[in-house]
Design a protein around this ligand. Structure first.
Ligand SMILES: [Zn+2]
Length: 192
């Protein structure tokens, strides 16, 4: 699946938190989940996450850095695409990292609740789920190298195909709905 589809499906995972905690959760969880949903593809030779750029300006005057470029190059050297980083074990390690990062920010800078690491974890997990609806599946139980799909092969999607476009439009609709609900009368303080 393309990075765009992953990001939109990832942001939709915030529905789970919204239904669990109520719609007063912070809208910043949407980009957080979308961001996390791009990370498993750091194991691909080219990915949205690898080329995510922080910067300003346009054209020749643009100044920017790609914070994940080097990390992705290193991962590429050690891992194949859709290997370890597309596994439940990697999701677990990423969750520990997310809890640590949220706790760090919580103690030092600003109060954050559990929904922040949960949005990150759900975003990451959504990538695995989405990829398991594509032809090749994912190695959920790495190091066991069996690629698992959640649909019979003939029904799985081809990356960039019309099936993916349909999925993209559907989830874009549900994401808009969620965004409107979250922004509806919610203050933008980082804790609800
Ligand atoms: Zn992937």
């Amino acid at each position: 699946m393309t990075g765009k589809t992953h990001a939109i499906i990832g942001a939709n995972m915030v529905w789970i938190l919204a239904l669990f905690y109520g719609f007063s959760i912070h809208p910043v969880l949407l980009p957080l989940a979308a961001f996390a949903s791009l990370l498993p593809d750091l194991d691909a030779p080219e990915s949205k996450a690898k080329h995510l750029e922080l910067g300003y300006g346009r054209g020749r005057n643009r100044l920017g850095i790609k914070p994940f470029f080097l990390l992705s190059m290193i991962i590429n050297a050690f891992s194949r695409h859709r290997g370890f980083f597309h596994s439940l074990f990697a999701t677990f390690l990423f969750t520990l990292l997310a809890i640590g990062a949220v706790q760090f920010i919580h103690l030092r800078w600003m109060p954050l609740d559990d929904s922040y690491w949960q949005a990150l974890t759900l975003g990451y997990l959504s990538h695995l789920l989405a990829d398991s609806f594509t032809k090749s599946g994912v190695p959920y139980f790495w190091p066991w190298k069996r690629y698992i799909g959640l649909l019979p092969k003939p029904f799985r999607l081809r990356t960039g195909g019309w099936g993916e476009q349909f999925v993209l439009i559907f989830f874009l609709g549900t994401l808009l709905l969620l965004t409107f609900r979250l922004f509806d009368g919610v203050s933008l303080e980082l804790v609800s």
